[in-house]
Design a protein around this ligand. Structure first.
Ligand code: UTP
Ligand code: MG
Length: 835
């Protein structure tokens, strides 16, 4: 029998937990093994060492003269990471109070927790290890001094402000396991659905009614929904113990969550025998709990004491906090965060009732997460920048309100009576100032996330140009909810005599898998967006414009049409839109169309640019032709020159005819027509996104008014040669009769980077664009570059749909404008204006 080998000494197992999002400060003398430890337990980018920073600023990790700069660098990097919410480990000796203090302050400034891990190794061991390190050529006295600093520190390090100090010694250092503990606020894995319930304040009976209205049966929802209480369960109302009992039971059963309100915080202090001022309904709670079973009171006290400041839910898309929470505080932990979540921010002033004036953080909120809160009793819950306050003052005789999430539906039940007289009247809906758009929202390089074309970059210089237009020429920004995208032509035609032809458009869509397209007559007027409200009241409610106007019609750069005639134009269009209100169940609409005639908006352009060319050619060419004819009569060989001059004379006449067709005199609105081709959005629906083109055209064809012009169209089955030929014939006839051309759009939008539509312009119309004699130089013109125009068309289209979706979803104006502004900014990118 062989002898058993000697059992190794069991390792000293040690487990420590650190917050998953925190600053971790390693503490230990040189050679204590900090870098080795950090490498073993954390990712390379999570560890910021003083050596690394010394290298960054001095190209030499041992250059001690660079130490101040290196630490400045280290603090900067650490601060940046903490602001962005990343776990960060500082690898420096940190044996002196001063050094630790700076790091603790940095963590607190960013509202993150900070832990210390001390590697307490004997000085001799560190000296011995360093002796073999070529990069540590300092004498043993350095370590002796550091070791002395550490010994002095260890006695009082627990008072440095660390959440926890983990001291590791001997074999523990090698055998420790580190667990990352999620923050208490982090319930991002809970995706709902939720029913978020506003301030209850002891109104037990109303709470029971609300819960059953929401579908809960004895604290449990048959569809597995979770109730989330925004806090202030207690005080003022008739049955605080009843409310606590219900909510505690649900939280324990896992069917509810509850964050802490300021009233719970104060009640706990009172129950724990701390001195508090008994006011604001605290007396009622204390009296009611005085009657209750002491065991229940103990449990309730523990429950309230354990409530945390806020929750992040649904992958971070939802934040619930009693008094709301600004974005940099989401998921953070500090006294400051808790105070904000429980009490909100105050301006430091008090109102005429002696109560603090609350700082309107929601108006400045630009965060991505929805923030649902309570705390401020209001008459009517209202969305402000993706935040909503659910405190509808049930205890003051108002209502108890819940928000269904993700449905965004409000459900409320009335108070059974006034249970408590308010110290000040309930606030009306928060007064938002929709015109107060923050310039910071649109300035500089920006990235706009769209659901239709990824993230789109807006360059700083383009943003500046757009800002100029917006601020100087545009309509009241509250109307500016959409700008139409540019549209590209198809690939240049290979057919003789044509620069553009339907064949390439059909080819392009067929190749993208489209089976059916619609060819719409392209009007030669000015693109116009019409925002229309059924009544001035609807305009005020939806767009916040309270000047009695009920709509606006503006150009593709956001400028108003006609000035003085605007009211008349809007009223005419509203009357024409009458059939749509009921059909779409909306009291506002955004229409995309063309305003005719061209001369109504572009008269000076026509006079200055086109008419002068036409007139010059008209005056000069007959003389040239006459002179050449005379020369030919004298027997000179001018044949080819004469031919060319005659062609040019002919071209010039066609050029004049071409633009003249799009001009007709108008008097007032007489002669003005609006030809709509898309219903962009209505209440709750971005119809431009969700409806196929035939739906739009069919609905719009029902509008009957002298102000409305028709948009002629043909549908094409791309797999049928006859169908294509018929459309080409239609296009040829239309353009031969002076039409500008047509727009080809897939009836239903396919997946992928496919143009939303292309314009196929007629031969004669292109004469206005490329000059009277362009047909003489088609070879050169065929080399035109389309790539940029086509890419711009895609990006602008994505931004436009994004703006409409945000509008229809009821998102705040700045979010809508972010996308609208992007279209305007993109328009100042240099592209060939003839495309
Ligand atoms: P480290 O380089 O990890 O120490 O180890 P440190 O605390 O970060 O030192 P400073 O502050 O940057 O100067 C120092 C030496 O000790 C060895 C390492 O391989 C390295 O050569 N070491 C570390 C051990 O031998 N055992 C250990 O458990 C840890
Ligand atoms: Mg090191």
């Amino acid at each position: 029998m062989s002898e058993q080998p000697e059992q190794p000494v069991p390792p000293v197992a040690r487990e420590i937990g650190v917050p998953a999002m925190a600053l971790i400060v390693l503490v230990g003398v040189s050679g204590s093994g900090k870098s080795t430890f950090a490498r073993r337990h954390f990712g390379p980018t999570q560890v910021i060492s003083s050596d690394f920073c010394r290298g960054l600023v001095a190209d030499d990790e041992n250059d001690q003269s660079a130490t101040p700069d290196a630490f400045e660098m280290l603090h900067h990097i650490v601060g940046t990471r903490l602001r962005r919410g990343l776990l960060t480990v500082v690898d420096a000796t940190s044996v002196q109070y001063q050094a630790r203090q700076q790091l603790v302050a940095l963590a607190k400034a960013h509202n993150v927790l900070v832990d210390a891990i001390v590697l307490d190794v004997p000085a001799e061991l560190a000296v011995e290890r360093n002796a073999t390190r070529p990069d540590r050529d300092f004498g043993p006295h350095v370590i002796t001094r550091q070791h002395k600093d550490l010994r002095r520190s260890l006695g009082k390090i627990s008072r440095d402000g660390f959440r926890r100090v983990h001291v590791l010694r001997g074999a523990e250092i090698d055998n420790v396991t580190i667990t990352l503990e999620p923050a208490w606020t982090d319930l991002r894995h809970r995706t709902g659905p939720f029913d978020i319930i506003g301030d209850v304040h002891g109104c037990s009976s109303e709470l029971e009614t609300l819960l059953s209205t929401l579908g809960y049966q004895d604290g449990r929802h048959p569809q597995g929904r979770t109730a989330v209480f925004v806090g202030d369960l207690v005080d003022r109302g008739p049955d605080t113990p009843g409310v606590l009992r219900r909510v505690m039971g649900m939280v324990e059963a896992g069917t509810a969550l509850c964050v802490c309100g300021n009233h719970e915080q104060k009640l706990v202090r009172a129950l724990n025998g701390r001195k508090v001022r008994v006011a604001h309904g605290l007396a009622e709670s204390l009296a009611q709990l005085g009657e209750a079973d002491p065991e229940f009171v103990t449990a309730a006290t523990a429950f309230m004491d354990g409530l945390i400041s806020h929750y992040q839910l649904d992958e971070g898309r939802l934040v619930v906090a009693h008094a709301g929470l600004k974005e940099p505080y989401h998921g953070r932990a500090s006294g400051r965060v808790r105070a904000f979540a429980l009490y909100g921010d105050t301006t430091g002033e008090t109102d005429e009732y002696g109560l603090p004036i609350r700082y309107p953080w929601a108006e400045e909120y630009r965060g991505r997460a929805m923030v649902v809160y309570g705390h401020t009793p209001t008459v009517e819950p209202e969305w402000v920048n993706n935040t909503i306050c659910l405190d509808t003052g049930v205890v003051f005789g108002g209502r108890l309100t819940a928000l269904r999430y993700p449905e965004r539906e409000l459900v409320s039940v009335p108070a059974e009576q006034v249970w408590y007289e308010p110290a000040r009247p309930l606030a009306g809906p928060p007064q938002r100032d929709p015109a107060a758009l923050d310039i910071g929202d649109v300035r500089g390089n920006r990235f706009v996330e769209t659901r239709f074309g990824g993230t789109i970059r807006i360059r700083e210089e383009n943003a500046a140009a757009a800002l100029e237009i917006m601020s100087r020429f545009a309509v009241d920004p509250r109307w500016l909810v959409y700008l139409p995208p540019t549209m590209a032509p198809p690939e240049t035609s290979r057919l003789d005599g044509y620069l553009e032809h339907p064949a390439e458009a059909f080819e392009e869509f067929a190749a993208a898998g489209v089976t059916r397209v619609v060819c719409e007559e392209k009007h030669m007027g000015s693109r116009a967006v019409a925002v229309l409200a059924r009544t001035p009241e609807a305009a005020e409610k939806r767009f916040g414009v309270a000047d009695g106007g009920a709509g606006m019609v503006y150009t593709r750069t956001g400028r108003p049409f006609f000035g003085a005639l605007m009211g008349e134009l809007v009223d005419g269009l509203r009357a024409a839109a009458e059939p749509l209100w009921a059909e779409l169940g909306t009291d506002w609409l955004v229409l995309d169309g063309e305003l005719l005639p061209w001369s109504a908006k572009a008269e000076s352009l026509i006079r200055g640019q086109y008419a002068s060319v036409g007139a010059a050619a008209g005056a000069a060419l007959p003389e040239v032709v006459a002179a050449l004819e005379a020369a030919a009569g004298r027997g000179l060989d001018v044949g080819s020159t004469l031919d060319r001059a005659r062609r040019r004379q002919d071209n010039a006449a066609r050029f004049r005819d071409a633009y003249a067709r799009y001009c007709w005199p108008v008097s007032g609105l007489d002669g003005v027509r609006f030809a709509p081709f898309q219903i962009l959005a209505a209440e709750g629906r971005a119809t431009a996104v969700h409806q196929p083109h035939d739906w739009h055209l069919d609905l719009l064809a029902r509008l009957d008014s002298p102000l409305i012009g028709p948009t002629r169209r043909v549908y094409v089955s791309l797999d049928s040669a006859e169908s294509r030929d018929a459309a080409v014939a239609w296009w040829e006839a239309m353009t031969a009769a002076g039409g500008e051309g047509m727009v080809v759009k897939p009836v239903e939008r396919p997946e992928g980077r496919v143009q939303p539509g292309v314009k196929v312009r007629g031969q004669e119309y292109l004469r206005i664009i490329y000059g009277p004699d362009y047909t003489e130089s088609l070879d050169v013109l065929r080399r035109r570059f389309l790539g940029r125009k086509r890419s711009m068309a895609l990006r602008e289209h994505a931004l436009g749909l994004e703006a409409l979706s945000r509008l229809a979803d009821g998102e705040p104006l700045w979010r809508v404008h972010e996308a609208v502004f992007g279209v305007l900014a993109m328009e100042s990118e240099p592209v060939d204006p003839r495309l």
